[in-house]
Design a protein around this ligand. Structure first.
Ligand code: COA
Ligand code: ZN
Length: 312
């Protein structure tokens, strides 16, 4: 499979990043950061989720956030939805895209949304109807798709089972979420090849967490398999509050940097993206894991006087 020459990044920081925080980030800060992402050329943003505000209080302001966002630049504003109630709220708020989510493994699905896999799927049939009536596309994400912290390896046949339902519901794509960073190159390759083989008409999005330091390596594997959709988070924030040891997503600026160096287009302005990450860092009040935001792009050179000369 040829590597794509263009990749679509979906920024998930406002959702995956902020849901994992102890404190509620003020609505105005969320709006400013998301509008900066739009201004940096981000093609798609998962800006929040329509879940129970009791389960995830950090994102309880989803409706207010959407009202403040710049809709003039063609950025797709997508939100995460677990059930029909979430879909009804998302349609009423006027999102551009709904992203439903469930886990591949029964135990994490129970922890995260209090449903069995089949119960989640049954609910998505109703989500599909609600979205269809409103003319809103639905993308189907699968959490713990590349490994579950409670059950271990996830059979590719389980991904196929869920993805076939997604295809039958008319969803526009399937996402493999590596919720706790358990993916490795062979795991990614096996899962992607299997779904491309059995359901070739359903585009795949890869959603990696850098929990074990090989997130961008997994992206390279995805690229080699022809996958052109990736999720990433500003500054490398992120993590599921209902999974043990969940840490940040792959970092958006680091991903953009790598792709541009490889001659792969994203439509995103790297330096503006680095600026967003610094703003996020200010809001969070702590250092974020992103690396290009610290070192700068490799050809951003330095004055000789900036460092001392070694004297022996
Ligand atoms: N938005 C807002 N409220 C919702 C809702 C939604 N999408 N879905 C359910 N609720 C409300 C119900 O109205 C009900 O409220 P009430 O008690 O005031 O009548 C309450 O939540 C319980 O409803 P129920 O259907 O029994 O939900 P539950 O307790 O089984 O929880 C979820 C299921 C999916 C709502 C909850 O587990 C959840 O929001 N999980 C999200 C987890 C998440 O975001 N994880 C990170 C992403 S990976
Ligand atoms: Zn995630």
């Amino acid at each position: 499979m040829a590597r794509p020459t263009k990749v679509e990044i979906c920024e998930v920081g406002p959702r995956d990043g902020l849901q994992a925080e102890k404190y509620f980030v003020p609505t105005d800060d969320k709006i400013r950061l998301i509008n900066k992402l739009i201004n940096a050329g981000m093609p798609k943003i998962e800006f929040s989720s329509f879940v129970s505000p009791r389960a995830v209080p950090q994102l309880a302001d989803v409706e207010e956030v959407l009202v403040g966002l710049d809709r003039t630049k063609g950025c797709t504003l997508a939100a995460l939805v677990p059930n029909a109630k979430g879909a009804t709220r998302a349609v009423a708020a006027g999102v551009d895209e709904i992203i439903v989510f469930m886990s591949a493994s029964e135990s994490h699905n129970m922890k995260n949304v209090n449903r069995t896999v089949d119960e989640s799927l049954a609910g998505f049939e109703e989500v599909a109807r609600i979205a269809d009536d409103a003319g809103i596309p639905v993308h189907g994400a699968i959490a713990t798709a590349l490994g579950c912290p409670f059950e271990g390896d996830v059979p590719v046949t389980q991904l196929e089972y869920i993805a076939r339902h997604y295809r039958d519901f008319g969803f526009i794509g399937v996402g493999f979420g590596d919720t706790t960073g358990m993916a490795t190159p062979p795991v990614v390759q096996r899962a992607v090849r299997h779904i491309q083989d059995v359901i070739p008409e359903l585009p795949i999005t890869l959603h990696f967490h850098n929990t074990r330091g090989i997130g961008l390596v997994n992206v390279l594997v995805g690229l080699d398999e022809g996958v052109s959709h990736y999720d990433a988070s500003f500054g490398g924030m992120g993590g599921c509050p209902f999974a043990p040891k969940a840490t940040g997503n792959i970092c958006t600026e680091d991903l953009v940097y790598m792709l541009h160096e490889m001659g792969i287009e994203t439509g995103i302005d790297l330096l503006k993206m680095v600026g967003v990450a610094h703003d996020v860092e200010q809001v969070m009040g702590r250092e974020l894991p992103g690396q290009v935001m610290k070192a700068g792009p490799r050809l951003q050179l330095h004055e000789l006087e900036e460092v001392a000369t070694a004297a022996g």
